[in-house]
Write a protein that binds this ligand. Structure first.
Ligand code: GLN
Length: 538
């Protein structure tokens, strides 16, 4: 434990997509495993207030926290690695910083002063960085600065880091610069020049990197580390190799081998000890030594982009390890699914997950997929829009309401089995206005869900505007689709099941956001278990 919080900054150089989030999460894991209370924060230099309004093609999945913040997907990694919930304070964008400063200006709180990037924007950045540290809940705050040094938009953040290092004094801060050491196959060599340049760029803003984490496809030899240390003003032991790993869950161990935690703790004047990674390594062992295999179809409209369904893919990894099963996730584009190719695309699967989503594109394929798995008794998990598609499919093909739809897709539908929530009527702004974050759900004790959770009252995270129209509930239940979970205050249906099938569950909430290495989500664990059972029976 420390008396005052310490701050670690992670910057990126040379290229984007080097995996700052994974390095930050791995370091936090190593610190947590030595008894430090660590948290991670992501600063995103774009102007959007949050990523909630961003298309997944732009920025991958939007991750939702308990307090209903729509955030960067890196927060998902933080939670999955640390098993500690994050909140709005863990993700701040330039838009949010400017919005607070401008609101303050309108309230007259700057007392007639000219409002400027320095000091007003940088002060607001510094305040946001210290919110988590000042909460008293953490010994160490790791702040990941999005973007690459040298970008115009990240300049105020780097300046805030420079000032904070000065304000907080020696041994209270540490700057880790994540960089790329490319391999030139024509020369047969790893090249240090891009790293030298990006460290210089950082220095032009007055920030000296204390530690270099070098992403590389080949091992860095001793002389290369010496060279990097010499040119970049860091100690040799602070040149950390980060070689490509077969799974992100190997990175904490790789960083431990390289001594990243030791160099960091030394810089912060904190004691280091041997991290206790027993649980983590048990998970890794199960993950890497599966006893059997299942193939699960992930039906969505962004499947060509891995990041769009990040939390779902990770939840399958956790649930696979728990079941000692390798889960092969087969991405299936719903736009190209139709009755004529459905057997070919889904016939061999052991389970099908219909993904969350918005808008009309690709929904008919999702509905066809639900029909196929329902009629063939293939284990099914529908998440959010996926659950809504299950209700529409059932209404069309079992209740004989051929035009049943969600009003999201067809405002004029004669059978709006999925309707806009009353609380959403009149909502005009798109950003941050959905039903978001944690809500209660009460379970029917005669249900798969109850067996899975082993509790009557659960809480899960949400992100939606539409809901099952309760006017159709009785009809659905009479014919065999049961509502087995609902919000106790509003009666909003949270879960539907088809008891005649072996494992058919649709949930209005997002279980994937709460799955971690330490606590794999029970619904994913049960779904993978059902897929395994099905594959054996097949
Ligand atoms: N578009 C649907 C709604 O808003 C589903 C949202 C989702 O899948 N996250 O209700």
């Amino acid at each position: 434990m420390t008396t005052n919080p310490k701050y670690i900054f992670v910057t990126g150089g040379v290229s984007s997509s080097l995996g700052k989030g994974i390095i930050a999460a791995s370091l936090a894991k190593l610190l947590q495993s030595q008894g430090y209370r660590a948290t991670i924060q992501k600063l995103d230099p774009y102007i959007n207030i949050d990523p909630g309004t961003l298309n997944p093609y732009e920025h991958g999945e939007c991750y939702v926290t308990d307090d209903g913040a729509e955030t960067d997907l890196d927060l998902g990694h933080y939670e999955r690695f640390l098993n500690v919930p994050t909140s709005q304070a863990n993700n701040v964008t330039t838009g949010r910083i400017y919005q607070s400063v401008i609101d303050k200006e309108r309230r007259g709180e700057f007392l007639g002063k000219t409002v400027q990037v320095i000091p007003h924007i940088t002060d607001e950045i510094k305040r946001r960085i210290q919110i988590l540290g000042n909460s008293g809940d953490y010994d160490i705050v790791i702040t990941e600065i999005g973007g690459t040094v040298g970008d115009i938009e990240s300049l105020p953040y780097i300046e805030a880091v420079r000032q904070l290092e000065w304000d907080l004094g020696e041994h209270n801060t540490c700057v880790i610069h994540l960089t790329l050491v490319p391999y030139l196959s024509a020369a047969g060599e790893l090249k240090t020049k891009p790293t030298q340049h990006s460290v210089k760029t950082l220095m032009e803003s007055g920030v000296q990197a204390d530690i270099l984490v070098c992403r590389t496809e080949h091992k860095l030899n001793d002389s290369l580390k010496t060279k990097l240390a010499r040119f970049c003003n860091v100690k040799k032991e602070a040149v950390i190799e980060s070689i490509d790993a077969s799974t992100i869950y190997d990175v904490p161990n790789l960083m431990l081998e390289e001594g990243l935690d030791k160099v960091v703790l030394n810089q912060l004047n904190l004691k280091s000890s041997v991290p206790d990674l027993t649980r983590w390594n048990e998970f890794l062992k199960r993950h890497k030594n599966p006893k059997s295999e299942v193939t699960i179809g992930l039906i969505g409209k962004y499947v060509e982009l891995q990041d769009s369904y990040k939390s779902i893919l990770e939840a399958f990894i956790h649930a696979g390890a728990e079941n000692e099963v390798k889960v092969n996730v087969e991405p299936i584009h719903s736009e190209y699914l139709s009755e004529s190719n459905i057997e070919f695309k889904l016939g061999h699967l052991d389970g099908v997950l219909v993904a969350p989503g918005f808008g009309e594109r690709g929904i008919e394929g999702k509905i066809d997929a639900v029909r196929y798995v329902r009629e063939h008794n293939i284990p099914f998990l529908g998440i959010c829009l996926g659950m809504q598609m299950a209700v529409i499919e059932y209404s069309r093909n079992v209740l004989n309401l051929p035009k049943a739809n969600s009003v999201e897709m067809d405002e004029q539908t004669p059978d709006p089995v999925i309707n806009l929530m009353a609380s959403q009527k009149g909502v005009v702004n798109k950003g941050g206005t959905m039903r978001l974050g944690t809500w209660d759900c009460k379970l029917d004790t005669e249900s798969i869900a109850y067996k899975v959770y082993n509790s009557e009252l659960i809480t899960e995270r949400h992100r939606h505007r539409f809901e099952l129209n309760n006017d159709y509930k009785a009809k659905l239940e009479e014919t065999g689709m049961k509502a087995t979970g609902f919000n106790p205050e509003t009666g909003l249906v949270e879960i539907v099941e088809i008891p005649a099938n072996d494992w058919f569950v649709g949930v209005q909430y997002h279980p994937e956001y709460k799955s971690t290495v330490k606590s794999p989500h029970p619904l994913f664990v049960a779904f993978v278990g059902a897929a395994l059972k099905y594959s054996k029976k097949k």
